[in-house]
Design a protein around this ligand. Sequence first.
Ligand code: MOS
Length: 744
Amino acid sequence: MSDAAPEPKDNMGQPVPRYDAHDKVTGRAHYPSDTPLDRPAYAFLATSGIAKGSITALDDADARAVPGVLEIFTYRNTGGLKQTKFGGGSSTSIQSLGPEIQHDGQIVAMAVAETFEAAREAAYRLKIEYRAAQPTAGFDDDGAQTEAVKGEWLRTGDVDAALQSAAAVIDQHYSTPTQHHNAIELFATTCVWNGDQLTVYEPSQFVYGLRNGVANRLGIDPERVNVVSPYVGGAFGSKSSTTPRTGLVAYAARQLGRPVKLVATRDQGFTVSSYRAETRHHIRLGARPDGKIVAYDHEGWELTSRPDAYSVKGNQETAHLYDFGAVRTKVNVVHADRNTPGFMRSPPVVPYVYALESAMDELAVELNMDPVELRRANDGPRDSFGKAWTSRSLMACYDAASQAFGWSKRDSRPGSMRDGDWLIGWGCATAVYPTHVAAAAARVRLRSTGEVLVQTSAQDLGTGAYTVIGQMASDELGVPVEKVRVEIGRTGLPPSPMAGGSVLTASACSAVMKACQAINARLDGVAPSGAAVGAPGQAASSRPASAGTDHLAQRFRALGTSVIEEYAENLPPGVPADAIDRLYRGMASRIGGGTGEKLMYAHGAEFVEVRVHAQTREIRCPRAVGAFAAGRIMNTRTAHSQLMGGMIWGISSALHEATDIDGTRARYVNDNLADYLVPVNADIRDIDVILIPERDDEVNIAGIKGLGELGNVGTAAAIANAVYHATGIRIRDLPVRIEKLLQA
Ligand code: MOS
């Protein structure tokens, strides 16, 4: 056991090393773009140099003259590709290569050649003329169209009256910037046709979704498409939906009659996939002198593209976070000439919790109250809508993290804690993520030798899906984890939902659990001597394999077989009866969060120390402590890693990351890893992750809440709150950077 592999506590699994670790470090793991191919052709994208307007002339003579060029695909010869609807698994409705241009960096052509270099040369030699119109880059630019998102908003009580009568009121605006995922693995697609069967090698968070997405673009039966994605080199939401490139590469491969491989460049990745849109928030909080909140009013604005009304609506989650009394929520989208945004780790809660937890800290200051005690004063068995939680360990997280951090030594006066030239600030905030579970299916095979094969389409984004799925089978069947083989990451396997929304572990493991239980029931049906001991499922002993290999072999002999294989589907209560059919069609059916009779959420508390230089305003974050509760923890190593990585991303969100946008051209200007700031090792010091034991039998049959997206929620607010504590300066616009402190 070590920091990276913490000792399991109650309801936590062993820190089994990653199933895929050896293959990854030895280079045996084939990421989709590593797939060996027979006579591949190489593709290179050309993207638009304007954000709005149209192509008026396209001269590809020079491009075609490059030796080795096979074809130049443009809007003129890709008319056979169908347009698919945004929202049905497509990341954007902007799919055509022109002539209309709807955002900077829109794909306008794809050159395909015998070599990568020839394809790139050809793409650079394309001569494209545009008629450019003035684009709208963001919220404050001419032409921005604000549209109230329609729907049922969470509202209760009389917010205005409650605010009028409140002893303390916070009325503030907060904002967050555009961010891009920048997974280390680039956006790659390889398409291979074998007769009328298409195989797509592409890193994907949802192989069945991608299969249907590309089939729809080609207008073919999804049964003819296979998606292979055994390893994904980071995704964070950017590989969840079908992006326009996949249909284009498949189309090109069919036209050329040979495999076509595309790896978009780092800068192209900023516009050919999605991103986290900038948001704005207006929050009003009212409270009694004792800290009890009586009103919470939260209106959000989210930037989106011209045609697609994408929004994350995180106040539908924050509205359940405390017992607020009166609540009013509303969201607006603001249309501009940008590519369509999309999921990015903890999409709804990251911006909205940042805003709320900043306001909470301001309220604590206003009330002269400890921020932890303010949370305690508003923690209760029910939310403002009268709903109870299946489990809620928020204050247990606060108590454990604050003790580990040494919070009691904090002098609450801003600027009061100092180490030479460095002003010390301590801040905290809540982490929260809705617990969802989706329908899933799995097949498990147990041999008389004790060897196990588990199959489900589940995708591993580097998170540990292989490992925890294998552990579930090992636990249920009572066989050592070394004997479990896990096959995931492609269509053709029983379907799992998207590895997104922190839903995969609970969903896939529930299906694996059911399949294993069915195997146990069959084995339990026979006593080791061979005599039947009752109907399957009624026998007392589960986990029959754990009694040892000889014992297991005897039972198999009694059954007259060497293999038992069970296929199981898990349909959580409330999902449609045809949820598995829907999964095959690329649609996940899920329940949970704030939508049901009871609230299902994972919680955490994060504490950070910042040091701000008194003269230069340089900001450092030497330590962060987070405590998290998320039901059953399958593996303390992978859980620790996800939560630690999340907190690092939270520090990045608070202090580093922002995509800079040229307001005149509506163009991303820092579209590379040199100028797009992310923390390096020197920026990240002590990160302490505490796993809080929690049992919850109501969230799903496996008792798992999921935590892939919990860790980076709340960190940014904790840091902004700590910066206030250090300096007395409240920065309400992320990221918090030196220049903002100097200008304040
Ligand atoms: Mo996550 S943004 O749901 O991949």
